[in-house]
Ligand binder design. Structure first.
Ligand code: IMP
Length: 420
């Protein structure tokens, strides 16, 4: 299939990095379409662990990679990540001129807003993502095409800096520790370094698809962090769902494509927001420790809970999933009894899909089906070799969602993958 979308079906951190890396081997082009360095993709190759925030995971496979118009780019992070892997992988990267740039005032505003919100804070990654997308919509942003053009960059900074400084100081009472001259100096230098990567990604991807090449669309974050369809306002500011790729890159609708939803065998969430199947206590600690559920970007401990089919049914619809990649079932190894949420019970009624207004399920109770625990050997190569209890768990999920699990990941390494 020429076009394959990799999307997170839960609250992010489902293991998209490993799955993208797996599919990237056969792809001609790997493209990111939204988000920024709020993402954290972990890929393990041999004995080395790579953590990317902005670079598409496919770079490690030596593939041509693109960053589309919908991505928020922090050039400080991008240059740093490129430096980290340039000695090991060929950097074959194209960046769309329309992509928006994260400026120091975006980080400062992100922090100032969160602290002003107090208990109602979103728990953002603090990377300036929200303020950058806000400026894009308000037409107050700086785009990649301006970053790489010193004169234009100077003009834009001169126009925006006084306004941002005023907001930070007078509204939020924040200390502004950057200057107009300092930002220009730093960013114009970064622009010079990144200029060779400027390319119209919309044209590149459209041409690749027309030529029948294999294009992998790498989503960041997850369905329930989508700015429209997630648990607003506890969401990110972009569109992680598959549809976000069309506007985030600038391509027309496709006749044929595959959408692989990455499903973690349990649920995790970082930051605030509703989490119906959340666990606390010893079991939660055990899953968090075994699954290394600490944010790749911020190091924060992730909240953990049981697999939630209400969320997943909704994710199937929102993304048009054609297949599932199930990650980390091995983290549940040794737990005697596993639970899967099949519905929410609200005032005597069962709710099977996640509602538009999450307040409607705030006081509902998850309905659980209980499964016998399993032990998955890390080097299992064949689905048939899995313990029957694991097959039952996976089979139930497939049946309830009407989507096959095409990949089952049995550990962090590339080799620890079952393909069906
Ligand atoms: P922001 O994207 O930094 O504005 O954060 C908004 C919300 O999305 C917060 O709850 C973050 O923890 C969450 N978030 C953002 N990026 C990721 C990610 O890559 N994985 C998981 N959660 C994320």
């Amino acid at each position: 299939m020429p076009a394959k979308f990799i999307v997170g079906t839960q609250f992010g951190d489902e293991g998209k990095g490993k799955t993208t890396d797996f599919f990237a081997e056969k792809a001609d082009l790997v493209v990111r379409y939204q988000g920024g360095n709020n993402a954290g993709h972990t890929v393990v190759v041999g004995d080395r662990t790579y953590k990317f925030h902005l670079l598409p995971s496919g770079l490690l496979q030596g593939k041509k990679c693109c960053i589309g118009a919908g991505v928020a780019i922090d050039p400080r992070v991008l240059v740093d990540e490129i430096k980290q892997i340039e000695s090991e992988a060929k950097i074959n990267l194209a960046i769309d001129p329309r992509a928006h740039i994260i400026m120091p005032w975006h980080n400062a505003l992100d922090a100032a807003r969160e602290s002003a919100k107090g208990k109602k804070k979103i728990g953002t990654t603090g990377r300036g993502i929200g303020p950058c997308y806000e400026d894009r919509a308000a037409r107050n942003g700086i785009r990649f095409v301006e970053l790489v053009n010193g004169e234009k960059l100077k003009e834009r900074i001169a126009e925006l800096f006084p306004l941002k400084k005023k907001i930070l100081e007078e509204i939020y009472g924040a200390k502004v520790d950057f200057t107009e001259e300092g930002i220009f100096k730093q960013y114009s230098e970064l622009g010079k370094q990144l200029l060779p990567l400027l390319s119209d990604v919309s044209i590149e991807v459209s041409n690749a698809l027309k030529a029948g090449k294999e294009v992998l669309f790498e989503g960041a974050q997850g369905t329930f962090l989508d700015n429209d369809f997630g648990t607003y306002p506890f969401v990110t500011s972009s569109h992680p769902i598959a549809g976000g790729a069309f506007t985030g890159i600038g391509i027309g609708l496709l006749k044929e494509f595959e959408v692989i939803g990455i499903v973690k065998a349990y649920t995790t969430r970082v930051g605030s927001g509703i989490f119906p199947t959340e666990l606390e206590g010893k079991l939660a600690d055990r899953i968090r420790e075994t699954g290394k559920e600490f944010g790749t970007t911020t190091g924060r401990p992730r909240r953990v809970g049981w697999l939630d089919l209400v969320l997943l049914r909704t994710a199937v619809r929102l993304n048009g999933l054609t297949g599932i990649a199930l990650t980390k079932p091995d983290v549940l190894n040794g737990i005697e009894e596993l639970k899967v949420c099949t519905a929410y019970e609200c005032n005597g009624k069962e709710m099977k899909e996640f509602p538009a207004d999450w307040h409607a399920v705030e006081n509902c109770k998850p309905v659980y089906k209980t499964f016998k625990g399993f032990n998955i050997a890390p080097e299992t190569k064949d689905f048939d070799e899995l313990p029957q209890e694991a097959k039952d768990y996976i089979g139930f999920m497939e049946e309830e969602l009407g989507v096959p699990a095409k990949i089952i990941s049995t550990g962090p390494k590339r080799s620890q993958t079952i393909l069906r």
